[in-house]
Write a new protein. Sequence first.
Length: 204
Amino acid sequence: MILLQLKDEYRNKFDVNKAWDRFNQLKGHPYGFHVFLFTGIDTIDQNIPSYLSVEIVVWIINISQIYNKFYDLFDLVIVSGLNMRLGTQGLKPFGIVQELVNRYNDSNKGLKWLIAIPENSSWEYPEPQGGVQRVCSNFVADILSSAGVFDNIQFEPTEVSPYDLYLLNIWNTDPNLTIKSCPIDSRFYGYCQLNGVIEMDLYD
């Protein structure tokens, strides 16, 4: 975990009241397990390893359902998201495949196409673990966007990964910077690393 300071240009844009308003809207929602994988999958053929076909994944999920092994986890991080993209609820993997065939009957609109549909930040998942979904990087991007840091640029915070956040040229990484709120026992590199075994290098 690191504590970063925005560059002055973006600090001046940051509306604290709007940030708190958005924080209070998101507060209390569960961790975004439903979007955990979909945040990093947005292409048909470049996000999934070539040796791991979608068909194999569906087969594994269905086997887990039959033997009651890990299916709840698969449902949480994969199946619910596929249902959301189809506008359905409660369909199992084979049911999702059948729905795709019945609805589109198009070889270009199969599971890979469905998985690659971007996560919509306004989607609210059904219970259990329902509601608005955000993982850590989504949450930070949402707060920054709501606070006006990105002006009127429209994007889906749920599509922002930790790596995307690090790449944004909005952070003050001056090694001579001092941050008064940095705990004494934290590692300091112009930004505070509060914890974690691996040292973060934002200058690389």
